[in-house]
Design a protein around this ligand. Sequence first.
Ligand code: BMA
Length: 325
Amino acid sequence: MTRSPLNPILSAKDVPYDASLVFNAGVCKWQGEYVMLFRNDHGTTEAEFRAARAAGGWKGFSTDLGIARSRDGVHWTVGPEPAWSVRDDEVLRVYDPRLTVIEGRVVLCFAMDTRHGLRGGVATTEDFERFEVRSLSVPDDRNMVVFPERIGGRYVRLERPMPVYSRYGKTEAFDIWLSESPDLRFWGESRLVLGAERVPYATTKIGPAAPPVRTPKGWLATIHSVRVVERELASWEGGWHKEYCAGLMLLDPDDPSKVIGLSREPILPPVEDYETTGYRGNVIFPGGMILEDSGEVKIYYGAADTVECLATADLGELLALCEPF
Ligand code: BMA
């Protein structure tokens, strides 16, 4: 992967309203331009955060989804106000958007923190102004991504439930699953795609990253993988030991619950300052992938839960990294 020399391609300073952490974006090509929905955690600066934490009075960020547009997928202009935020007596926030264009509309997958658990949501939009929520999972599930085509007549999504009682006493051993739907509303036929123990560079959980793209060899899909390390990593909070990397898997073109290839090493481990230092250092969290006609693949990722970045690669090289599984 080649990191953009402009990294981070989007950060709080580019946002014309209250913004502190700008990261974990979804990206798609829509009506002749690139559109990005990004997570914006705001309401406090780093200094205020540290002071409030030290005094035991930390109340949490406010979160909304901002929108940015681009002609080239590299230079971005942020819209004058957030695109979507939800907060009421039950819902605390929506975050980590992923975007898929399918059948002439945009599907937005999102995570939703509620007072009764963490839900994964699927919404649709045609104008990024009105979002119609089609379905919300029971807790705890998130990191949903919808494929850009129906497969066998059905919509298909990858997702990452969080089983805490049933994984042989392991903490945070979370895996990638798949579900199908006739209408984006009812989801079922759920099955395991990839267990975390099969990923050589994960010691705990994995999850889907950007929505998969179709290639001549199968569905190319990014994953995020977590490795718990002994040394304390840089963070605003302190006590942070989780390193997040990006990996790749290749899924069967006709049955995407079958993994046919996997990168044996991370394709993007955190190494640059903007990846190792921030709210939570050493976090690489992809949420968008665009396959250009030229064969260039753009991967958009949140870095250090603080900024949004871009790295590119040639499709053929990425496919070559997916070793038979
Ligand atoms: C995950 C999610 C992501 C975040 C990551 C690293 O569990 O909350 O939004 O980027 O942790 O903090």
